[in-house]
Ligand binder design. Sequence first.
Ligand SMILES: NC(=O)C1=CN([C@@H]2O[C@H](COP(=O)(O)OP(=O)(O)OC[C@H]3O[C@@H](n4cnc5c(N)ncnc54)[C@H](O)[C@@H]3O)[C@@H](O)[C@H]2O)C=CC1
Ligand SMILES: O=C(CO)COP(=O)(O)O
Length: 353
Amino acid sequence: MRWSRRVEEKNSKKEDVLATTKKVAVMGGGSFGTAMATLLARNKADLDVVILVRSEADAESINEDHKNAKYLPQYELPTNIRATTDPAHALPGSDFIVHAVPVQSSKAFLAGVKQHISPETPLLCLSKGLDRETCEMMSEVIPEGLGRKQPLAVLSGPTFAVELMQGLPTAIVAASEDKNLAWRVQRLFASTHLRVNTSADVVGVEMSGALKNVLAIAAGMIEGLSLGNNALASVVAQGCAEIRWLASKMGARPETLAGLSGTGDIMLTCFVNLSRNRTVGVRLGKGESLEDILGSMNQVAEGVATAGAVMKLARRYKVSLPVLTAVARILEDDLDPRDAVEEIMNLPQVPEV
Ligand SMILES: NC(=O)C1=CN([C@@H]2O[C@H](COP(=O)(O)OP(=O)(O)OC[C@H]3O[C@@H](n4cnc5c(N)ncnc54)[C@H](O)[C@@H]3O)[C@@H](O)[C@H]2O)C=CC1
Ligand SMILES: O=C(CO)COP(=O)(O)O
């Protein structure tokens, strides 16, 4: 990530993406789907932005009151955002379709709406996580759910929904194997409020976004156990190394892990109490049960399910991940948070790698 580097436009005749884009659909009317829909709608006043929501009440709140009453009630939505529960209404004719459904629901959801998605329409995935059962990344879940390959970009970075809604400066990575699609996504979303770096490292961007949520649960637990800042910094640094060890084995590039979707999002999510995943960790550290914590939340904490996939990947790639796997064991109720700390502190002393 080098914003200082001037990148000359090699081809000034490149498509004006925003000018040629007429309709964008967003699947998933939660906090992030709504936030990214809002950024798009603010970029172009006559852009038709349609959010596919689950309930008529959600649709009415957006269409009648221009608010997402369930997830972002304090924010006014642009009037060129509308909502529907009907995929046959939301999806056909879209120039881009944004995916913001939680990872564990995505495969079945996509199978249910695929007949309304043209094979040529680029899917832009915002969801961060790994399929708990198959360990698949979203770039694998999406073609599985649709039953076909689909033009795809994944977007990930330090991007709390509420700060996007406030128009606060933010940066994200748009990664795709299709360089031109990554560039088009950059042009679609970029504004004076949002910088969009392009990347070809889909694995690196996805694994960073997925594993940082698991690490955030660990960071929250340190806070919940009142173990101090030394411990917090040490656990996050160890977790960064574990993410690097696993993601590199899966083909991720080091510069990706050190960039916005890696270090950037790790710092945001591990150190800031706006994070749902970090909050789960804090409450676990304070002794609440996972059942009570999840039962009290109306939003997803993707790290909870992704932690189970990390356990399987650690075995598959034969890589030791003491912090990330401890989170999974704690979430499975196989390990107490305090015992996890003692276990990690008593591991053999090792060289820094
Ligand atoms: N909220 C944030 O600040 C950020 C969230 N993300 C990611 O965005 C993705 C979406 O998360 P949020 O919008 O934050 O979650 P959320 O919990 O705020 O909303 C989830 C949305 O998905 C819908 N949904 C759940 N199950 C569904 C199903 N089976 N079929 C259809 N819709 C379903 C819910 O009704 C809700 O509208 C997650 O992977 C998250 O990690 C990424 C960056 C920032
Ligand atoms: O991914 C996010 C910020 O980049 C949101 O984090 P949480 O899901 O932990 O709230």
